[in-house]
Ligand binder design. Sequence first.
Ligand code: PSU
Length: 304
Amino acid sequence: MTTAPLALHPEVADALAEGRPVVALESTIITHGMPYPQNVSTARAVEAAVRSEGAVPATIAVMGGQIRVGLEDGELERLARAEEVMKLSRADLAVCLASGAIGSTTVAATMIAARLAGIATFATGGIGGVHRGAEQSFDISADLQELAQTAVTVVSAGAKAILDLPKTFEVLETLGVPVIAVGQDEIPAFWSRRSGLKAPLRLDTPEEIAAAHLMRARLGLPGGQLVVNPIPAEAQIPADEVEAIVTRAIQTAEAQGVAAKSVTPFLLDLIFDLTEGRSLQANSALVLSNARLAARIAAAIAKR
Ligand code: PSU
């Protein structure tokens, strides 16, 4: 039994106790990934999408010295408006909890919290990964290590296209993380359906993904699965168009000396401006699609 300071929302606690499907949702996308008020409207729509598939949403954040698993609507709103929120990964989760600060959870920290709470499935937008120029900066997201050690199935639209995607998926292969594409042979690239990279694995149904999750547990394998679900076709921004914009944004970040945890939020914000909001619409659409798929996987895991 864990002594972690976990506070489960009663609806989440009931669902878990009764073996009903629950989907974990992260909060860094709310605090650092999207501007207000689109961040809170997306967060609400994502929770509704999970419910529409018959699962219970559990948005995770740190407040008042506790890992909150499932937030009230007013708390989502407060988080979405808050200015001083720590962006939490594995390294800073305990410091934030011990100090009583408010923190949003990245993919890595949400996986840790989901596992502690007994939630098998988690939906996000795009994972962090190897940043371009990492051979100089060594900037590699802790999300990758987390996938290698924490047994949660993460449903994403791939890694964010601001990253070096070939290196990101090489590292995942080295770490033994299964990367499973849904409905196509190629790894998707967040805002775009295509990356030019062949997916190492492909499974087209929630039932098959659930079976693979449970098989990993039977084998005693510690890490998670990364499901890469292409953005719906009508919402995508074609890869060549994205690439030119990402290149410009990265040049600006370098010129301004943006580093470490600030890089991803800075780039997402600038790309929002450069695409006149289209990147944000695409981001919302892909998270919604991932939430629906995650709910179906959670339901398939709950049935077995
Ligand atoms: N998905 C999105 N937008 C985001 C994120 C995911 O659509 O902002 C967040 C996740 O919390 C992920 C983090 O863990 O971005 C990656 O940040 P970094 O590159 O600093 O590791």
